[in-house]
Design a protein around this ligand. Structure first.
Ligand code: FAD
Length: 480
């Protein structure tokens, strides 16, 4: 006997390599459902820039499903209520989904599974969002990892993950008329003002856009990835993070595409492994969050609970607006505001600047990123912030305080990145681009730069800020 199955799309907005969808499609009539679950997510709900992305990604998924002859049912509210409504309306006997690892999602899904089973409805979940799920990678003592290198050695020793699944063939969709919200009514996109215009020019959300971006990366920039990934002006990274976050492509697809490119010789081994290692970091952050769910808001290292974070609204605002007077920091923050993305090297520098130079709590920075990044991802964002602050697992040591001038000179030596985002400094010679305050008056005047007028003077003095942070970090270290 065939039973109608609901595939609950979450952050797996793709048809290819979607094990829950493949399973559902093989069972009988299929209902595809997406629930806008702000209520379940609470304070972890999708941020503004990511909501823009989600809208576009759903448009793309709706189109892909229509090409298969199906439709996507849209509901909003608590997932459990939406799903029980759709099971009642369609007579579905089974609900399937792909697993996510954020604490709120794990709890919600567990409760939902139990509730569905109580109602006599089968519920099953599948693995699609990681190369290896958290419990598949453990220490020799059978414990979770908290240090990346040995974690990654185990993942590599496990060999290639299973090959990606194709798009399900010959899908039979449920033929009833199931009520659905209209995507446009969800208001996921900004209107007045439409701050997303520049973001829209930069990205093509959806599985097709993801596949194109990946193909472009593997046929060119990937070869320079190992060294080039640190240079923000080089365009040597994949720009796959938002596609990955929304599951428009799965990490196993990226793994196999990269391995094939390495085998064919189009991507050198060192570059290929360096890229796969970053996918490993993505998994590792999920692993950490799964086993340490309170680190969404709590320091992984609790000696940091005593850290004297400063409450400084003026400095925080200057940071968010890209008006700190440190060109690399300002370039990164402006890139983020305008495009919804920021290069990893620059994320580390701006995050370090906030927590170390300004001594503002990493949670404030994490929240700002969550709202403004199109790739905002709880595990990676919390992991990245805790790592930079020094309070995370396997974190950067507290005494590593990035010098934003030296970072700029090293990773943006010709100033292309800074000139793009901070054009008012464009005419300064490279020698002074990352430290305009050191330029002689006549050089600044010739370049049309007046500190405090056309571009801010530094809001903190680097050596003094460094000293202040080291003293504060040293004090809590001694309290360990
Ligand atoms: P590539 O270099 O091409 O890497 C390929 C993929 O590997 C990425 O798409 C991403 O999924 C993963 N990856 C790369 N670097 C890292 C890393 N350092 N940690 C974990 N995974 C990584 N990444 C997010 O996806 N969402 C976030 O919200 C996020 N917040 C961050 C906050 C801070 C403070 C820092 C320091 C890093 C953060 N990162 C975050 C990690 C990283 O900056 C981005 O994943 C990366 O810049 C995305 O660009 P890409 O796709 O071109 O990366």
């Amino acid at each position: 006997m065939t039973t109608t199955t609901i595939h609950w799309f979450r952050r797996d907005l793709r048809l290819r390599d979607n094990p829950a969808l493949t399973d559902a499609a093989a069972q009988g009539p299929l209902v595809c459902l997406f629930v806008l679950d702000d209520e379940d997510a609470g304070s972890n709900a999708t941020g503004a820039a990511s909501r823009w992305w989600l809208h576009q990604s759903l448009v793309a998924l709706i189109k892909d499903l229509e090409e298969l002859g199906g439709k996507l049912i849209l509901r909003r509210g608590k997932a459990a209520e939406a799903i029980s409504g759709v099971t009642a309306e369609t007579g579905a006997g089974r609900v399937v989904w792909n697993r996510l690892y954020e604490p709120w999602s794990v709890k919600r899904d567990k409760e939902l599974k139990a509730a569905l089973n109580d109602d006599g409805i089968a519920a099953e979940s599948f693995a699609a969002d990681m190369i290896r799920e958290p419990w598949e990678v453990e220490t020799k003592a059978g414990k979770p990892f908290s240090v990346f290198s040995p974690y990654w050695r185990v993942v590599q020793a496990q060999g290639d993950p299973s090959p990606p699944l194709p798009v399900p063939e010959k899908v039979t969709f449920h033929d009833g008329d199931i009520p659905s919200d209209l995507l446009d009514d969800w208001g996921l996109q900004p209107t007045k003002p439409n701050w997303a215009a520049e973001i829209a020019a930069e990205w093509t959300p959806g599985a097709t856009g993801a596949a194109q971006r990946m193909a472009e990366f593997l046929s060119g920039p990937a070869n320079d990835y190992k060294d080039g990934r640190n240079f923000p002006a080089m365009g040597a990274t994949s720009c796959m993070s938002a596609h990955l976050h929304f599951g428009e492509v799965g990490p196993r697809q990226l793994w196999h595409a990269t391995r094939s490119a390495m085998e064919s010789g189009s991507v050198n081994d060192a570059a290929g492994w360096a890229f796969l290692r970053e996918l490993g970091w993505r998994d590792f952050n999920r692993h950490l969050l799964f086993y340490n769910p309170d680190t969404v808001t709590e320091n992984f290292r609790d000696n940091f609970d005593a850290f004297p974070w400063r409450d400084d609204e003026r400095a925080f605002t200057a940071w968010t607006k890209g008006e700190t007077g440190y060109p690399l920091v300002d370039a990164g923050m402006r890139e983020l505001w305008r495009t919804g993305i920021m290069h990893n090297r620059v994320r580390m520098v701006v995050a370090s600047f906030l927590v170390k130079h300004l001594m503002i709590d990493w949670r404030q920075g994490e929240a700002w990123f969550r709202d403004t990044l199109v790739d905002a991802d709880l595990a990676n964002n919390v992991g990245g912030w805790q790592w930079t602050a020094g309070c995370g697992a396997d974190a950067a040591p507290y005494f590593r305080i990035f010098n934003p001038v030296a970072q700029g000179e090293r990773f943006d030596p010709k100033g292309e990145y800074v000139r793009k985002w901070v054009p008012e400094l464009g005419a300064l010679p490279n020698k002074f681009l990352h430290k305009p305050w050191e330029a002689p008056d006549d050089v600044r005047a010739d370049a049309g730069v007046a500190l405090g007028k056309t571009y801010p003077a530094p809001i903190v003095d680097h050596p003094a800020a460094r000293k202040r942070a080291l003293a504060a970090f040293g004090a809590i270290k001694n309290s360990e």
